[in-house]
Design a protein around this ligand. Sequence first.
Ligand SMILES: [Zn+2]
Length: 86
Amino acid sequence: MRSGGTCENPSCLGHPTERTDADAPILEVDHVNDLGRGGQDTPETMIALCPNCHALKTRGRNRHQLKASLLSLARVRHQTFLDSLS
Ligand SMILES: [Zn+2]
């Protein structure tokens, strides 16, 4: 819901426009801090990424910088989303 169906990475170079069979956007919800390494399973530490950005965040050479940026962004976007509900 928070992503509005688009990649939340502000430096995304292109979210695929193709949709799933269920007519949903192709997004992967990422735990910015890996769950398997003690990351939290909470919305303010999760972010919706397109497959390209998810690959960059997971395997890209600059993944550590991107991870820090996305974690900060997820917190801000989550608070903004909560504020919009009230
Ligand atoms: Zn993206």
